[in-house]
Design a protein. Structure first.
Length: 292
């Protein structure tokens, strides 16, 4: 199993902190760092939020090995040609290290705040299918692109037909959020069924999960300070521990192997306490080697 770091960029992450996170990933062997694509924090709307693709372009110029990408860019934010050109530019600047995550979007508040149209979910899913197909074409045709035939495309969703069917046709990975290992197994099975309907070998479409995680109770307390709606630290820690996503490095690695047994090939671990680089070091040095 592969591990990646996932950072919520709308939660007040400064440029200096982004650089620190990127350097820590490169130093400690975390191959990929993803970031959210949001313009507003649901926890605290006063927190600063950088634009995802502008930020990735800057990080591309300041890193050498780290793969970077969005998890995921909402279909409502950018015309498909704009998204494809942004991704091609970051691939060019980074020398071929970008991954492009796409999804239907969900946060009503940010669309209202920034006057971005937010159609009902059925329409957004239909828009996403069109976007995935067009971004695939635009990236294959763009001479800026370093990775060939194009950078990897990741489709995010709940493993329902609206997102699995275009993923089967075009994606290099399917990602889902916040599930335990049992539900991950169910969603992997639905993805496999979609592959079979679409004439694709399921083994060619990797499945990944993005999820919170915790290393200890102190980490949990700092987590809920950033995300108070999650509830008391002790309860959050125990809930994640039951799901195999909290505990020391050995315990966390054991839990992650349960996800691997359920068909998950990559875990994007959501680093809410983004100013703690020791957490990144622990993941890279003590957890990742145990699950490879």
């Amino acid at each position: 199993m592969r591990l990646a770091l996932m950072v919520e960029g709308q939660e007040g992450v400064t440029w200096e902190q982004w650089l620190g996170l990127a350097r820590a990933c490169e130093e400690h062997g975390i191959e990929t760092m993803f970031r959210s694509d949001h313009y507003l924090s649901p926890s605290d709307p006063s927190r600063t939020a950088t634009d995802a693709w502008t930020l990735l372009g800057a990080l591309a110029a300041r890193t050498t090995r780290l793969r970077i990408g969005t998890l995921v860019s909402p279909v409502t934010f950018r015309h498909q040609a704009v998204l494809a050109k942004a991704a091609a530019t970051v691939d060019h600047v980074s020398g071929g290290r970008v991954e492009v995550g796409m999804g239907a979007g969900w946060m009503t508040q940010e669309h209202e705040r920034y006057h971005i149209p937010f159609p009902e979910i059925g329409e957004r899913v239909r828009m996403l299918a069109t976007q995935i197909a067009d971004v695939d074409t635009f990236l294959r045709d763009d001479p800026l692109v370093v990775q060939r035939p194009r950078p990897p495309l990741i489709v995010g969703g709940g493993a329902r037909r609206g997102t699995t069917e275009p993923a089967v046709r075009f994606a290099d990975e399917y990602n889902t959020y916040g599930v335990d290992a049992a539900e991950a197994r169910v969603r992997r099975a639905r993805l496999d069924e979609a592959c079979e309907r679409g004439g694709r070998d399921p083994s060619t479409l990797p499945f990944s999960v993005m999820t919170p995680f915790l290393l200890d109770l102190d980490h949990a307390r700092r987590f809920v300070e950033r995300a108070p709606s999650q509830g008391p630290a002790e309860l959050v820690f125990e809930d994640l521990r039951r799901r195999g996503l909290a505990g020391g490095p050995d315990e966390l690695a054991t839990g992650l192997k349960e996800f691997e047994a359920a068909g998950v090939e990559r875990m994007m671990l959501q680093h809410i306490v983004h100013d703690d680089l020791d957490v990144v070091a622990t993941l890279g040095r003590e957890v990742a080697p145990k699950v490879r």
